[in-house]
Ligand binder design. Structure first.
Ligand SMILES: Cc1cc2nc3c(=O)[nH]c(=O)nc-3n(C[C@H](O)[C@H](O)[C@H](O)COP(=O)(O)OP(=O)(O)OC[C@H]3O[C@@H](n4cnc5c(N)ncnc54)[C@H](O)[C@@H]3O)c2cc1C
Length: 419
């Protein structure tokens, strides 16, 4: 690591990589400091017998306007446009067609009530129908989308996402995590270097790490809200409101559990089963993604919090699949991967949601300080939060803000300082 650079980027996830690419292209000297031992953060593809498995982001949401779609094309990755399986139960197993229709109508009616909720009411759970038969289903869907239950979900924040989502979802055959890692090629990234403090000196910032201190004109912080809120990085006192904002944007939890499936031919590729449509704590299982001999379970919210320990999540998923397909499926399933995102020390969860009444927190968090400290990462996006492309765009935006500071009077790579 150099002792002095123009800009330090903290974190090598989607946001950090985007910022670093933009700054490097502008000729800025930089260092990307990553606490973990790999690039990508919540974008992480692992190989399994030659098949890439995404343990974090997998879908190019709002794909036709998603900056990562263009990135993927530019880097020679292959985009798959098969429609997502969500909402189509394989052979209607455990979820008859009429029930699916009723559940989808209940979801549409619930969203409609959220849209009509008066300004003073911002807690999504308050708009469940009392005793509504599909309330557990609505909670399960919220856990997949938001990583949390409806009691802790801000209506206005949820709608800011829902209304911006174009519903066009594509995938990258080689893996979303592989794309973000490839985008980092050639960037000056140091792994295993947790930043512990950022101190403001007269004209520089001191970026303190376990391996020494780097001085820089500006820093872009991209760590997750739970990491920020935990105070892992000591920041100047003037940034207390950013830390507070981060605590109002906690990470929900979404975990994946993947199985190899023996003799997969009876399962239609790219279809889905919901474990139990009458339970809030249930998994959604993607059968044979890309036609591969795999099943990818998605277990989120309170269920994931309960099940992250030990082998519990694998057993839970096997039980749900056996409940639908019969006990014989157990012998055909071989667990190949399980995530524990809440236990990942440098991330601590999956994606952010605003607590009721806290929609303003995203704008507060994203506010630069003194034209020297900038924030990026999925939680800083007001409409595309919780996604990799939202993170990527905030990284690009933060880099542009650094560069515009440079052009508005500062020295090369040292943004102008206010006051
Ligand atoms: C299971 C799951 C499924 C998902 N599915 C999708 C999907 O289908 N589509 C989609 O768009 N999004 C999805 N997401 C969300 C998406 O992955 C994230 O929103 C996005 O990757 C976040 O990127 P980021 O750069 O904001 O943060 P991160 O990826 O968390 O990057 C921050 C980096 O900072 C590092 N760091 C932390 N502390 C320090 C420190 N002190 N010093 C230095 N470095 C530090 C971390 O190690 C990390 O690498 C999913 C996420 C999960 C977990």
């Amino acid at each position: 690591m150099s002792a002095e650079v123009d800009v330090v980027v903290v974190g090598a996830g989607a946001a950090g990589i985007a910022a670093a690419r933009r700054l490097a292209a502008a000729g800025i000297s930089l260092a990307v400091l990553e606490a973990g031992d790999r690039i990508g953060g919540r974008a992480w593809t692992i190989p399994h017998g030659g098949l890439p498995i995404d343990l974090g982001c997998g879908w190019l949401h709002s794909a036709e306007r998603n900056p990562c779609t263009a990135l993927a094309r530019g880097l020679g990755f292959t985009i798959d446009r098969t429609l997502p399986p969500w909402g189509r139960q394989f052979k209607n197993l455990g979820f008859p067609a009429a029930d699916q229709e009723a559940a989808h109508s209940a979801f549409a009616a619930f969203e409609q009530r959220l849209r009509q909720a008066p300004a003073g009411s911002d807690r999504a759970a308050d708009w469940l129908e009392e005793g509504g038969p599909w309330n557990p289903y609505l909670e399960a869907v919220s856990s997949y989308i938001n990583g949390t239950d409806l009691k802790t979900l801000s209506i206005r924040d949820y709608l800011a996402f829902a209304d911006a989502d174009t519903g066009v979802n594509w995938r990258i055959i080689e893996g979303y995590g592989a794309l973000i890692a490839a985008a980092a090629s050639g960037l000056p990234i140091s792994l295993g270097v947790p930043v512990t403090a950022i101190e403001a000196e007269q004209s520089k910032l001191a970026i303190v790490t376990g391996s020494g201190t780097i001085r820089a004109g500006a820093a872009i912080i991209t760590v997750s809200t739970d990491v920020l809120a935990a105070g892992v990085i000591k920041l100047p006192a003037a940034l207390a409101d950013r830390i507070e904002a981060a605590s109002r944007l906690p990470l929900g939890l979404a975990d994946k559990v993947s199985f190899a499936i023996d003799r997969p031919d009876d399962l239609e590729p790219d279809t889905q089963v919901l474990g139990n449509p009458h339970e809030a704590k249930t998994g959604s299982y993607h059968l044979r993604p890309f036609g591969r001999p795999l099943i990818e379970g998605f277990i989120c919210g309170a269920a994931a919090r309960e099940l992250e320990s030990g082998e519990d999540m694998v057993a839970f998923a096997q039980d749900e699949l056996a409940g639908l397909f019969g006990a014989g499926i157990r012998r055909r399933l071989k667990p190949v991967a399980q995530t524990r995102w809440a236990k990942s020390p440098f991330i601590r969860g999956s994606y952010s949601h605003a607590l009721p009444g806290c929609t303003d927190a995203r704008a507060i968090l994203a506010k630069p300080w003194d034209e020297r400290i900038f924030f990026a990462g999925e939680a800083c996006s007001t409409h595309d939060f919780s996604t990799a492309h939202g993170a990527y765009q905030t990284g690009l935006d933060a880099a542009e803000a650094v560069l515009s500071g440079r052009h508005s009077g500062g020295e090369r790579g040292r943004p102008r300082r206010e006051g």
